[in-house]
Design a protein around this ligand. Structure first.
Ligand SMILES: [Zn+2]
Ligand SMILES: [Zn+2]
Length: 286
């Protein structure tokens, strides 16, 4: 039977659940049971299942497109060995960095990605908090260059999912800074700052697996004890309903765009950066 790469995350589910159980006990023993809230974690788990369903559908449509580009327009022919897998991993992690950066700076993409940031808690279950709207936002388009470079669609999907699987492990407050690893990899400390809404940490640390991209492109920030992370989004969603959490930012975006009194503002509300969007929303307020 052919292994379906789309199921990588489901296959790893027992490992993820064991980590959550370990961390939950870890904080309970230290008198910080509040790191977990069962309503928040249940909402995260529902979001993970909804995301898995939507993603499976998206792959059904995206894989043939990747396949067409791979078959008819590929630039190189990679042999599928370790070196070619390493190049694929590097390429995908680089593209993930730009996907993630765009997801924070372009409203249309933020409408989906904000789901991941909308919890005010930070624990392993936060990694489950994904949007079912990523296929609509167009996440799949960011991996098209990999097929064009010459990587087969199944390998592209596998590396996208392995990157996401790695990121599960950076969603925790139980792991301190990790010495020299902080210079190379995305770590819990680096990703904690990414989830914080303190002005110092806002829109920084977009790394998937390697933090070198943040260091190269000027988006790296260090977590400081003097500025403890406050988790969540600047505009809180205040709900544990997974469906509402999934659509809240889309509703705000479309409503604001509808109300806009000119097309320039309308496009900015759909595709603009957070500062530009906030300026127009302020103008709309009565
Ligand atoms: Zn993010
Ligand atoms: Zn995260």
């Amino acid at each position: 039977m052919k292994f379906q790469v789309e199921l990588i995350l489901l296959a790893l589910a027992p490992v993820f659940l064991l980590c959550i159980l370990w961390e939950w006990r870890f904080w309970r023993r230290r008198g910080r049971a509040g790191v977990y809230d069962w309503r928040d974690s249940l909402c995260n788990a529902c979001l993970a299942l909804l995301h898995q369903g939507a993603d499976k559908l998206a792959w059904l449509l995206a894989i043939p497109l990747y396949g067409w580009i791979y078959q008819h327009h590929r630039l190189f022919a990679f042999d599928g060995g370790w070196l070619s897998f390493f190049i694929l991993f590097l390429g995908q992690d680089f593209l993930y960095y730009w996907f993630h950066r765009a997801s924070h700076r372009v409203r249309w993409l933020w409408a989906a990605h904000s789901v991941h940031h909308s919890s005010t808690r930070m624990n392993f279950s936060t990694a489950f908090r994904q949007s079912l709207m990523y296929p609509v936002a167009g996440m799949w388009a960011f991996w098209l260059p990999l097929a064009w470079l010459g990587f087969p669609p199944e390998q592209v999907v596998a590396v996208v999912l392995l990157n996401l699987a790695f990121q599960f492990f950076v969603h925790t407050q139980a792991v301190p800074k990790l010495g020299w690893l902080e210079y190379v990899f995305n770590t819990p400390s680096i990703h904690r700052s990414h989830h914080a809404r303190n002005p110092r940490y806002l829109d920084r640390n977009y790394a998937g697996v390697l933090v070198v991209w943040d260091r190269l492109f000027g988006s790296y920030v260090e977590e400081l004890d003097s500025d403890p992370c406050e988790y969540g989004t600047v505009k809180p969603v205040n709900s544990f309903n997974p469906l509402w959490v999934s659509v809240a930012e889309w509703r705000d975006m479309l409503r604001e765009a509808w109300r806009a009194d000119n097309w320039r503002d309308r496009w900015t509300l759909l595709l603009g950066a957070p500062e530009a969007v906030a300026a127009i929303v302020k103008k709309q307020e009565p």
